[in-house]
Design a protein around this ligand. Structure first.
Ligand code: NDP
Length: 430
């Protein structure tokens, strides 16, 4: 197993006593870690809120220099009042005037920009050295790729971009000299459990003696339920996650176990692990965020309360450690740690994700697109919960995997798969 260039654990200690994986640009003339200027894409979302909470705790280290949202202008302007960024971006260009007028009315010096190109330019531009990629869904791919190509510190929450375009994204990280740190709690945990490597060396987990990666899953709100009891569950029930407070799309993904499936594909690309070395284990307490098993029988795990601020603080401050505002985990009162196998018959999305990963090529792009269509329809009340996996499977069946040519090919595949899934829904396939 070989991890791509650019993904280097930052715990290796160099001669200065500072982990040797830290890019030189992050230090000032005296060798101290300099103030980090951070672009938060998806600032109005759940990850955005957690990221800004950590940033606000450390005004001496972090500055939110760019904030971006999709359509929530009022929320974005409220964040600008609080964080005074250099630039605010609204991705839906029809809100450009509203953003500009409200920033002016608030007396802010924050510049306004709008549209997908503005996101791309800011991801690659001089206003930030760090990009938090926390846009939900395939819409995050473009700016994530731009940040990778521009060699930024890329703090990656937007798992859909890795699922859609894993090879191309990891190539962009390598070619751009970017420094990718996973934010997804499981991948951040794995990242922390992998051994240090020297500056400039590629991470090779087989060489490092990694036997298996164990991704933990809470099991979601429907853990323990049988398939026939899930026919009429509502979006609110699906979004009532027992452990994590998240946006609605990822909450539904957690309820179907597609979230874990997407994470299997994400782990494959981030850590260079083949599918048969990535396993999923249900751990209802959500205290062990994932495990790396080594050839000598050692299992290294990262534990903590289920709060995304831990992963964000780790990635923001890496290689140093800072307070995340997260309560310490009380192991005595935790009630014990429980592990069980996932119910793959009830939650069929997990195996569909393994299938797409094994099929390779464009299959994960098709999987992701069909899932986004299905989840949006479920949230709108037009598709039953159990039909989510049926629709994804039908779309995968209709679009056999092709080798990936380039990004245009992937974007075209994404659009085609959305069209196929929409058409199948209209035809009442289930
Ligand atoms: P939310 O739904 O809470 O927030 C989504 C954010 O993305 C909002 O700021 C939204 O803006 C913005 N956005 C939506 N569509 C677009 C678009 N087309 N262009 C630009 N911006 C857009 O999602 P989460 O914070 O829960 O998740 C974000 C990402 O992080 C997802 O990929 C998810 O899988 C991943 N993740 C989330 C975790 C969590 O705990 N929430 C954990 C691990 C990973 P607006 O508010 O204006 O609509």
């Amino acid at each position: 197993m070989r991890a791509p260039d650019g993904l280097v654990p930052t715990t290796a200690v160099g001669v200065s006593g500072v982990p040797s994986g830290a890019p030189e640009a992050l230090r000032d003339a005296a060798g101290r870690i300099a103030m980090r200027r951070i672009a938060v894409f998806g600032a109005t979302g759940s990850i955005g809120a957690s990221a800004l909470d950590v940033i606000a705790r450390h005004p001496d280290r972090f500055r939110a220099s760019v904030l971006a949202a999709h359509r929530k202008v009022d929320e974005l302007v409220a964040l600008c009042v609080r964080f005074q960024p250099d630039l605010a971006i609204i991705a839906d260009a029809s809100f450009a005037d509203a953003l500009r007028d409200r920033l002016a009315a608030a007396g802010l010096r924050t510049r306004a920009a709008a549209g997908v190109e503005a996101l791309r330019d800011a991801a690659a531009g001089e206003l930030c050295d760090t990009v938090i990629a926390a846009i939900v869904g395939a819409a995050g791919l473009d700016s994530t790729l731009a940040a990778a190509r521009a060699g930024k510190r890329l703090l990656l929450a937007n798992k859909e971009s890795v699922v859609m375009a894993g090879q191309l994204l990891m190539d962009a990280v390598r070619d751009g000299g970017a420094h990718l740190i996973p934010i997804d709690s499981e991948h951040n945990a794995i990242f922390q459990c992998l051994p240090p490597v020297a500056t400039g060396r590629r991470l090779d987990v087989a060489e490092l003696g990694v036997r298996r990666i164990l991704l933990t899953a809470s099991g979601g709100p429907f853990r323990g339920r049988r398939r026939d009891s899930l026919a009429s569950v509502t979006p609110d029930q699906a979004c009532a996650h027992p452990k994590w407070r998240m946006g609605r799309k990822i909450s539904v993904d957690s309820a179907t176990l597609m979230n874990k499936g997407l994470e299997v594909i994400e782990a494959h690309w981030l850590f260079g692990a083949p599918p048969d070395r990535i396993e999923v284990v249900v751990h209802p307490q959500s205290l062990v965020h994932s495990i790396v098993e080594y050839a000598d029988g050692s299992m290294l795990a990262q534990l903590g309360n289920p709060d995304m601020r831990t992963a964000l603080a780790h990635a923001l401050a890496s290689p140093q450690r800072v307070d995340a505002g997260v309560a310490p985990l009380d192991l005595i009162r935790s009630g014990g740690l429980q592990f069980e196998a996932p119910d793959r018959e009830t939650f069929r999305c997990l195996d569909l994700a393994y299938r797409a990963l094994t099929d390779g090529g464009t299959a994960p792009t098709v999987l992701n697109a069909a899932n986004e269509v299905a989840v949006a329809a479920f949230l709108e009340g037009t598709l039953p919960f159990l039909a989510i996996s049926d629709l994804i499977e039908a779309t995968l069946d209709a679009m056999p995997a092709e080798p990936v040519a380039d990004i245009e090919h992937l974007l075209h595949t994404d659009l085609t798969a959305r069209g196929v899934a929409q058409r199948k829904m209209r035809q009442g396939f289930c």
